[in-house]
Design a protein around this ligand. Structure first.
Ligand code: NAD
Length: 488
């Protein structure tokens, strides 16, 4: 599959000399290469989107969503092909890839409710004969900069809402996983959006910086690591753009002594090792409270050790590789840091070799026992299948530990006590809270974002927050003197 840009309804080969290889992380084979588009390509996409905006904005909202209904049907019809591409370029299992696309489709479905969601407000007679109304209008040309770990889903947290609200759009996928959006844009081409309404630019930092600096781009959404999120937020905001930037995470889960240990173990193992731990909502610290330690530690070690690792398109495989060899080396290095800081490794996934896939970048599930608060391994997002275990004595200590972390994407509690659950959800500082849930990913009709270092911005992804983000409010005050109506 050749990776091209899609600009103004045409497939365009960017005039670049730099490319990044796209490697199947399970087999090690080179599948294609990503062209590193620059300012010229971004400018072309931006001009196309700007030219399409006046007409698209005037297209009635109920007509705009007809394109989304077609998009939804095409995504559903091609979900298996898309999932295979995701697995091949990103490494996760086929079922995980499909689940990712289900959430993408749900966002398209929710955005199809735009005729209702975009409604404004109206108050008659704020003074005699004077009415006041608020209307929501699109902001203009918008763009999404996406990470590698959900190549099919993450652009859909935003673009269906933006398009339905009358904006025009540019998607910049991760250069590590360009094939999924390339395929999806071939589906988008079949829908027949007017030229320039939706555009694709492939590249890395050069393309991102051009988007951040381009005066025509009015709003930017970003999902990726915290240092880049902070950079995107400050540079886009300094250029006067709307921006929301989702960052990294280090998600704790707390296991109370009254938790259902079988359920907790299964769900926590799925959260920690699903998608090879490369999920912003993956649990990465499991903290036993009081006597929970007596049973949980052994059970989670068994669950980690028994996970079937391999190529995600093979039957029965529960966990695929991490994204590349650089990531594998980084994860293995961080496990070493944990050991140097005093943790033990009862389940060690380093130096994994999978038969038949010797060139793959595999790390097996790993347990680090007795991670210390405030240590490097406690603070650092590993973004791999590594679960650190810790222990506290009370729920108060648990909440204090969670809240002392700089990240705040997700925190979970396993318990059968309503009082403990309520205290936890009330006091814990995280954007997503799970009670007996390992991956507290909000449905498309709820807002999605973290707190603290996991998010820079105000309005979140998905649902009504996306409608707010992709529209600007205009308030109109009208005077219609009563005596004028007496003429009729
Ligand atoms: P990343 O930050 O390396 O890259 C994300 C995007 O930014 C890519 O499109 C990349 O091309 C671009 N980019 C990278 N470096 C840049 C730079 N210096 N200047 C400008 N642009 C740059 O992230 P990643 O490795 O692709 O994804 C993994 C990270 O994303 C993890 O930290 C994970 O927690 C996070 N993530 C967060 C959420 C969330 O909702 N909070 C969701 C998914 C992933």
């Amino acid at each position: 599959m050749e990776i091209l840009n899609y600009i103004n309804g045409q497939w365009v080969k960017p005039e670049v000399s730099e490319y990044v290889d796209v490697i199947n992380p399970a087999t090690g084979e080179k599948m294609t290469q990503t062209p590193l588009s620059g300012a010229v390509d971004v400018d072309a996409a931006t001009q196309a989107a700007a030219a399409a905006f006046p007409m698209w904005r005037r297209t009635p909202v109920q007509e705009r969503i007809q394109y989304l209904f077609k998009l939804r049907d095409l995504l559903k019809a091609h979900i298996d092909e898309i999932a295979r591409i995701i697995t091949n370029e990103c490494g996760k299992t086929f079922d995980e890839s499909k689940a990712e696309m289900v959430r993408a489709i749900e966002n398209v479905e929710v955005a199809c409710g735009m005729p209702h969601m975009i409604k404004g407000e109206f108050v008659e007679d704020i003074a005699s004969g004077i009415d006041e109304l608020m209307i929501r209008q699109p902001v203009g040309v918008c763009a999404t900069i996406a990470p590698f770990n959900f190549p099919g889903m993450i652009p859909f947290w935003y673009l269906p809402y933006a398009l339905a609200a009358g904006n025009t759009y540019i998607v910049k996928p991760s250069e590590k996983v360009p094939m999924t959006m390339q395929y999806i844009f071939h589906l988008i081409e079949q829908i027949g959006f007017p030229k320039g309404v939706i555009n694709l630019v492939n590249g890395a930092k050069g393309a991102v910086d051009a988007l951040l600096d381009h005066p025509t781009v009015r709003a930017i959404t970003f999902v990726g690591s915290t240092p880049v999120a902070r950079y995107i937020y400050s540079r886009a905001a300094a250029n006067g753009k709307r921006v929301q930037a989702q960052g990294g995470a280090k998600n704790p889960v707390f296991i109370m002594p009254d938790a259902d240990m079988n359920m907790a173990t299964t769900i926590i193992a799925d959260s920690a090792f699903g998608c090879a731990g490369q999920r912003c909502l993956a649990v990465s610290l499991a903290v036993t409270v009081g006597e929970a330690r007596n049973t949980f530690v052994e059970m989670i070690c068994d669950a980690a050790a028994s996970r079937k690792v391999g190529y995600g398109l093979e039957e029965g495989v529960q966990m695929g590789p991490v994204i590349n060899h650089a990531s594998k080396a980084r994860i293995e290095h961080l496990i070493g840091v944990g050991v140097a800081e005093g943790a033990s490794v009862p389940v060690d996934g380093r130096r994994a070799i999978i038969k038949g896939y010797e060139k793959g970048s595999f790390v097996r599930p790993t347990i680090l026992l007795d991670v210390k608060p405030n240590s490097e391994i406690w603070e650092t997002e590993i973004f791999g299948p590594v679960l650190g275990l810790m222990h506290v004595n009370t729920i108060e200590e648990a909440i204090a530990l969670a809240n002392s972390h700089s990240y705040g994407n997700q925190a979970s509690l396993f318990t059968s006590s309503g009082a403990a659950a309520r205290k936890f959800q009330y006091e814990v500082e995280a954007g997503n809270v799970g009670i007996n849930i390992g991956v507290a990913a909000p449905m498309a009709f709820f807002p999605f974002s973290g707190w603290k270092e996991s998010f820079f911005g105000d309005l979140h992804a998905q649902g009504m927050d996306a409608v707010e983000f992709f529209t600007q409010k205009k308030v109109v005050i009208q005077r219609w003197p009563r005596e004028w109506s007496r003429k009729f």
